[in-house]
Design a protein around this ligand. Structure first.
Ligand SMILES: Cc1cc2nc3c(=O)[nH]c(=O)nc-3n(C[C@H](O)[C@H](O)[C@H](O)COP(=O)(O)OP(=O)(O)OC[C@H]3O[C@@H](n4cnc5c(N)ncnc54)[C@H](O)[C@@H]3O)c2cc1C
Length: 385
């Protein structure tokens, strides 16, 4: 049967574009549908949305032939976690796991731009911008997707990588389970007196963590998690008042703030699709699962879905084979559920009542003093488990 593409990916975000680059590099015909604009390269001040890419995610990006902009990456080699009050403290160093680094921090926009640039060099990849699916139907050996610009496309497999509010997931009626943490994350990009180097740190407080993601030079991305009401008030402070609030509440090691370059608040929710696959269709990335961002693993899980789906497709004969897709879905659901449960546990341990918080402190102390547990957690952070 004649189809337009081997694989049609809905959503050209970081996860969809990474899968597209990986599969197109291996010679498959790929279509990618994106409702927004083609991404541009970030310039000047750093974009607010920053993500960590762990070792396994970097491998997928490399396998797809994508070159990341070295000048806007910040490698990190240490992760330090402690609880306010000093009851528990843990320091993880990549050298202890014989890794050169745990990964890098990169702007979401820089990663997406690099992936699209790679796709533009591949003649077997077609990008359709400014359009979105309005209907989809599975036939024999293929699935059709009708777009809102009147076009209709067919493929042997359709992949939903269109984010947490996936339209494709809605069109095929896959329900989601959601949980609202009633928390917001205020992301603040700052320039600091001190260089921020290669340690990412996080301090747990009873109202939510305070985190610092290092960016090149004297720059950092701060993430301030808090209950909804207090976070909303803080989001409306002017730059001077916000600088003072940061200097009062963040650990002294951050040093003085010389400039706030951007900020935005995000609600925190968890979400899990009840199924990842149906006839010749599969969900990956945030379309399938949204985790609490405190462990910086949401994008990594999505890229691991993409890596695992690419392996399944490249090893099989028919990318839409139901048995292969079910095997993929089972394997990824277990990994994703484990991370959803772990981040949920961290949240409740450190924001719960005093006895629970003490248990959290004990967990941090144990992870610091049990080398096997520490190694396991480091491999988890780098995506190698
Ligand atoms: C505060 C915060 C901090 C975070 N920090 C980290 C971190 O440090 N590390 C980490 O790993 N993760 C982090 N995450 C999570 C990470 O941002 C997400 O997991 C990641 O963006 C998901 O990528 P995605 O490509 O699946 O979805 P998205 O980034 O949402 O991309 C979806 C794409 O699909 C397109 N689209 C949507 N609807 C349609 C449609 N109907 N038709 C066509 N196209 C469509 C969109 O325009 C977009 O391009 C964080 C999240 C938050 C909220």
């Amino acid at each position: 049967m004649q189809v337009d593409h081997d694989i049609l990916i809905i959503g050209g975000g970081m996860v969809g574009a990474a899968l597209a680059a990986r599969l197109a590099s291996a010679g498959l015909s790929i279509g990618m549908v994106e409702r927004g604009d083609k991404p541009t390269a970030p310039e000047g001040d750093y974009d607010l949305r920053i993500s960590s890419l762990n070792v396994r995610s970097l491998e997928l990006i490399q396998d797809g032939g994508t070159l990341l902009p070295e000048d806007r990456l910040c490698p990190f080699r240490h992760i330090e976690v402690w609880s306010q009050g000093g009851g528990g403290h843990s320091l993880f160093s990549s050298a202890d796991s014989e890794l050169e680094r745990f990964g890098v921090f990169i702007e979401n926009q820089a990663l997406q731009h690099a992936l699209w640039q790679r796709l533009e060099t591949l003649s077997n990849a077609t990008i359709y911008t400014h359009c979105s699916p309005v209907a989809t139907l599975a036939g024999r050996g293929s699935r059709f997707v009708e777009l809102d610009d009147g076009r209709s496309l067919s493929a042997r497999l359709v992949v939903g990588a269109d984010g947490a509010r996936s339209r494709l997931r809605e069109l095929v009626g896959i329900p989601v389970s959601t949980y609202d943490y009633h928390q917001r994350a205020l992301i603040i990009n700052v320039e600091t007196e001190l260089p921020q180097q290669d340690t990412s740190w996080q301090c747990f407080t009873p109202t939510g963590p305070l985190a610092m993601l290092p960016l090149p030079g004297h720059r950092a991305s701060l993430v301030w998690y808090d209950e909804e009401a207090s976070a909303t008030v803080r989001e409306s402070l002017d730059d001077d008042a916000l600088t003072q609030a940061i200097e009062r509440s963040f650990p002294a090691r951050l040093g003085g703030i010389t400039r706030i370059t951007g900020r935005a608040g995000f609600p925190i929710k968890r979400q899990h699709a009840q199924r990842y696959t149906t006839n010749r269709l599969v969900l990956i990335g945030d379309a399938a699962h949204v985790v609490h961002p405190l462990a910086g693993q949401g994008l990594n899980l999505g890229l691991h879905d993409a890596a695992s789906l690419a392996d399944t497709i490249l090893l099989g004969e028919d990318p839409g084979d139901a048995r292969d897709l079910r095997r993929f879905a089972l394997q990824r659901r277990l990994a994703n559920q484990a991370m959803l449960t772990a981040t949920d546990g961290f949240h409740h341990l450190f924001t719960g009542p005093e006895p629970l918080r003490r248990l959290g402190d004990l967990g941090l102390q144990l992870s610091e003093h049990l080398p096997a547990a520490k190694r396991w957690m480091m491999r988890q952070a780098s995506g190698l488990n």
